[in-house]
Design a protein around this ligand. Structure first.
Ligand SMILES: [Zn+2]
Length: 275
């Protein structure tokens, strides 16, 4: 397996790759507030970290496969955090068209497999990524999988992530994201994170009450969870777990195996609560 960075390749180098044995990884997420302690670029940075590590892990498992890494895309629908300065939300129609257009272009060059490595779990955002993938697959002979829903919203049928010990209340700028950033970009984590009190929010309850803004859910500082518990060691563990699950999807795509994109319960949730 060879890992290429698309932005550093020439068109001839890309053109030489076997269309049936090449997979594109597109890391993406919005520029978005991440509490008083993490940078606005946390989601796209985290997506890129995950994609790079997943490529390495897949590399150890198969040979004669090419992975083309796209640079991180700062694009996502982030209405929930819009009350906080610095959040840049891409509208749903624009996002759907943008992801469709990028994937279609890849498909028009004859490539057949794309994995969207998304690191933003807002329901409407996920819904639109899935729609963009569907739109593209209707028009071109390409297979596109959105990794986050295939890992988290299918009850593990893809062999995804085991239920993590820290539970359901780690949601945003939480122990996981803070740990991941401490592991890979420690210079970007503000020193006071160890003193942030935990913010416990039942996200399912909030969504069922029609709340979509982080502030109205009770996240006054823009984080939900317990970032004070974060550590570089936890970050490395979180990275290995997440990237391992993404690498499994890479291998399944390459081997043309079935992948459950989204479970029936989440399909229902997206249909009724994603707006
Ligand atoms: Zn995030």
């Amino acid at each position: 397996l060879t890992i290429f960075k698309m932005e550093e390749m020439t068109w001839r180098e890309l053109d030489q790759l076997d269309r049936e044995r090449t997979l594109f990884l597109l890391p993406l997420g919005p520029m978005e507030e991440h509490g008083p302690h993490l940078p606005l670029g946390t989601d796209p940075l985290a997506a890129e970290i995950m994609a790079e590590r997943a490529a390495q892990l897949a590399d150890q498992a198969v040979s004669s496969i090419n992975i083309v890494l796209l640079p991180r895309l700062y694009a996502g629908y982030s209405e929930g955090a819009m009350h906080f300065c610095g959040t840049l939300s891409v509208g749903l129609t624009t996002l759907r068209n943008l992801v469709h257009d990028l994937c279609s272009s890849i498909a028009r060059h004859g490539f057949t497999r794309i994995l969207l490595v998304n690191h933003h779990m807002e329901l409407a955002h996920i819904k639109v990524l899935l729609q963009a993938a569907e739109d593209t697959m209707k028009r071109h002979p390409v297979r596109i999988v959105e990794a986050s829903s295939a890992i988290f919203f299918t009850d593990g049928v893809n062999g995804g992530v085991e239920k993590e010990a820290w539970g359901q209340e780690e949601i945003h700028a939480d122990v996981r994201e803070t740990s991941l950033m401490l592991y890979r970009y420690p210079e970007l984590v503000k020193g006071g994170y160890q003193h942030l009190p935990p913010v416990r929010i039942n996200i399912a309850e909030q969504l069922s009450q029609g709340h979509i803004y982080y502030e109205e859910m009770g996240a006054q500082e823009g984080y939900m969870g317990s970032p004070a518990q974060a550590s570089s060691e936890l970050g490395q563990r979180h990275l290995e777990t997440g990237a391992g699950a993404i690498a499994q999807l890479v291998l399944k795509l390459i081997r043309n195996e079935d992948i459950c994109q989204i479970g029936s319960r989440m399909k229902y949730v997206l249909k009724h609560y994603a707006k």
